[in-house]
Structure formats: structure tokens, C-alpha cells
Design a protein around this ligand. Structure first.
Ligand code: 5AD
Ligand code: FES
Length: 331
């Protein structure tokens, strides 16, 4: 079952008549391999400044309609501390590709946050080997860098001036350095094919990902894809469910983008293979500005509200909140 072929995956993705069986199979595998505990990761979106121009993303450098912010080193550490007090065992630092945060600045932040006895994940884009190494040496545990799509043609269309080969290289570097490797893809990008989604899933398996985040594409009005149709919520959940079946013991988040397209999206995801949620622990004043896509959830809430909200949701489906760091089992 964890060795579906490409043509089998394509068949599943094409056929919507067996979705409920697929979701319940993924749910069973999730329960058997990673149990009923849900791991919460506190997400700090510390800068929305980005040098890249990804066609789908609201943070792209060419978007002049958003107001940009950078959170100071001290404030980032302050939010991490508040998150640790709320019981988060992992902090995720995420930003646009913002060169203001030099190697030294990031290393300092990592060292201070690691004093809080939490696991630390970085999601700050493509960096040099030496940067990745310095971050690891400073205490970072995990690195997230979605491949976004493994279709090289589509990758090129969606990411002007970026290089698919370099993204792969980044994934290789972080693996080599001993990070837990997180990757993932978008579902429903314009011109994306079902075959390429099957290739994405096979790619996650091929590189032995420790975490895989999957979300539907959501059209942003201030990007070149403003007229494109949104991805399908169900198709995104299907890609996630197949990923669970193929990589039974990894960490898979119920993504915020899923909940943006479906008010019950994260619960449905948690019942279709997911075992992680990444609530926002950034102060409310910044949330609306981190507009990767429109109608993002939780922009008027604060960290305490999100923590309570998600805890209630998780308990309502008979699941529990993990109290350990939630590393991938093989680590
Ligand atoms: N819709 C959905 N997800 C998006 N991301 C960026 N822009 C969008 C969008 N318009 C995702 C990318 C990125 C992650 C942080 O957010 O996959 O890796
Ligand atoms: Fe933020 Fe529910 S998780 S309000």
C-alpha cells in the first residue's frame, strides 16, 4: 500500500467516487503509525519582505499594495517565549526571502529561542550551504522548503528568475546537515497536471521527507494569477491522504490554506492523514500583512485565542495534543 505506482496514484487522483475510502485509509495509517496525538507548532511570521517574485504569492517583491514589516530580533524572541508559555514545543520561524536577516542575526535568534527548550524549525527560503550549516550549528532542528511543484516547466513559469536545480540542492544540503527535512507542494496551480501531482508525491518519497505540507493554490488579487481559479480543497486533501499512505510515519500538517477554502478544513485534514497543526503565534498587528493568499484565517485573533480554538477543535474529534517535541520517529 505504501508503494503505489505513478499510474495508481493518477487513477486515485482522477476518480472522485472513492474519496471517502481514501480518506479513511489514510486516517487508519495515521493512527497506526503516528497515533492520535496532534503536534502543535507555533508559527512566527517575522517578515513579509521578499526578494522573490513567485507568481502566486502575495508577498512577491512586485506587489506594491501590501504594507511591509520586519519584526525585531527581540520581539521575535518575545513571541517565541509567549508561545513556549502557551505550551508549544516547536517554534517555526517563517518569512519571505529577506536578506536583512543575515546569517549572524538568524543564528542569534536561534540560540536565544533554543534556550526556551523548544524544537526550532526554519522556513526562510533558499540560503547558502554555509548559512544552513551555521543555523544548524546554532541549534535549528528542522527546515521547511516546499518544492512547490516538481514539474520543471511549471516551476519555471511560476518562479521567474529562480532555479529548480538550486531548490533541489537546498533540500540536499539540509538533509546532509542533519535537519529534519520538510517539503511540500501546491495543488491546483494553473497548468498543473494530475500527472505532475503524482510525481510530487513520488518525489516526497524519493527524498525521504520528514514532513510534507500540502495546500491548495488560492488566487491572490495582487498577483499575476489574479484571474486564475483556486485549487480544489478536495484535491489537496487527496494529495495529502496519498502522501500519508506512501510515507506512513512522517509529520503532515493540516494546512491553513485548506481551512481558508473550507471552514472545517483542518479537521477534515486531521481525519484524512494529518497529525500536525501550525497555529499562528505572531501578534495580531502583523497577521493581515502576511497575506500570502487572501482570506487567510486567524488574522483578527491573537496567540491565546488560536491556541484555545485549535485545542477545542482537536479535542472535539477525540484527538489529544502531544506534549513532546514531535520529531519524525526515525530521528
Ligand atoms: N495559495 C496557496 N498557498 C500559497 N503559498 C504561497 N502563495 C500561495 C497561494 N497563493 C504557499 C507556498 C509557500 C507557503 C509558505 O505558502 O507553498 O511555500
Ligand atoms: Fe486561530 Fe482558530 S486557530 S482562530
Amino acid at each position: 500500500m505504501n508503494n503505489l505506482t505513478k499510474s495508481e496514484i493518477i487513477e486515485i487522483l482522477k476518480d472522485d467516487s472513492q474519496n471517502e475510502q481514501l480518506f479513511s485509509e489514510a486516517d487508519k495509517i495515521r493512527k497506526k503509525f503516528v497515533g492520535d496525538e496532534v503536534h502543535l507548532r507555533g508559527l512566527i511570521e517575522f517578515s513579509n519582505i521578499c526578494k522573490r517574485t513567485c507568481k502566486y504569492c502575495g508577498l512577491r517583491a512586485e506587489n506594491k499594495s501590501i504594507s511591509r514589516y520586519r519584526i525585531t530580533e527581540d520581539d521575535i524572541v518575545f513571541y517565541a517565549q509567549k508561545a513556549a508559555e502557551l505550551g508549544y514545543k516547536t517554534i517555526v520561524l517563517q518569512s519571505g526571502e529577506d536578506e536583512f536577516y543575515s546569517r549572524d542575526i538568524i543564528c542569534n535568534i536561534i540560540k536565544k529561542i533554543k534556550e526556551l527548550n523548544v524544537a526550532l524549525t526554519l522556513s526562510i527560503g533558499e540560503r547558502s550551504f554555509d548559512d544552513f550549516k551555521a543555523f544548524k550549528d546554532s541549534g535549528a532542528d528542522r527546515y521547511l522548503i516546499r518544492i512547490e511543484t516538481t514539474d520543471k516547466e511549471l516551476y519555471k513559469k511560476m518562479h521567474p528568475h529562480m532555479d529548480f536545480a538550486n531548490r533541489i540542492k537546498c533540500l540536499e544540503y539540509i538533509k546532509e546537515l542533519g535537519y529534519e527535512v520538510g517539503t511540500g507542494c501546491l495543488v491546483g496551480l494553473p497548468y498543473q497536471t494530475i500527472e505532475s501531482l503524482a510525481n510530487d508525491i513520488l518525489f516526497f518519497k524519493e527524498i525521504n521527507a520528514d514532513m510534507v505540507g500540502i495546500g491548495p493554490f488560492i488566487s491572490h488579487p495582487d498577483t499575476p494569477l489574479n484571474n486564475a481559479e483556486n485549487g480544489s480543497f478536495i484535491q489537496a486533501v487527496k494529495v495529502m491522504a496519498i502522501t500519508r499512505i506512501m510515507l506512513p510515519d512522517i509529520n503532515i500538517p493540516a494546512t491553513t490554506a485548506m481551512e481558508t477554502l473550507n471552514p472545517n478544513g483542518r479537521i477534515i485534514a486531521l481525519q484524512s492523514g494529518a497529525n500536525v497543526v501550525m497555529p499562528n503565534v505572531t501578534s495580531t498587528e502583523y497577521r493581515a500583512k502576511y497575506e500570502i493568499y487572501p482570506n487567510k484565517i486567524c488574522i483578527n485573533e491573537n496567540p491565546v485565542q488560536c491556541r484555545n480554538c485549535i485545542e477545542n477543535k482537536i479535542k472535539s474529534i477525540g484527538r489529544t495534543i502531544a506534549s513532546d517535541y514531535g520529531f519524525h520517529k526515525k530521528f
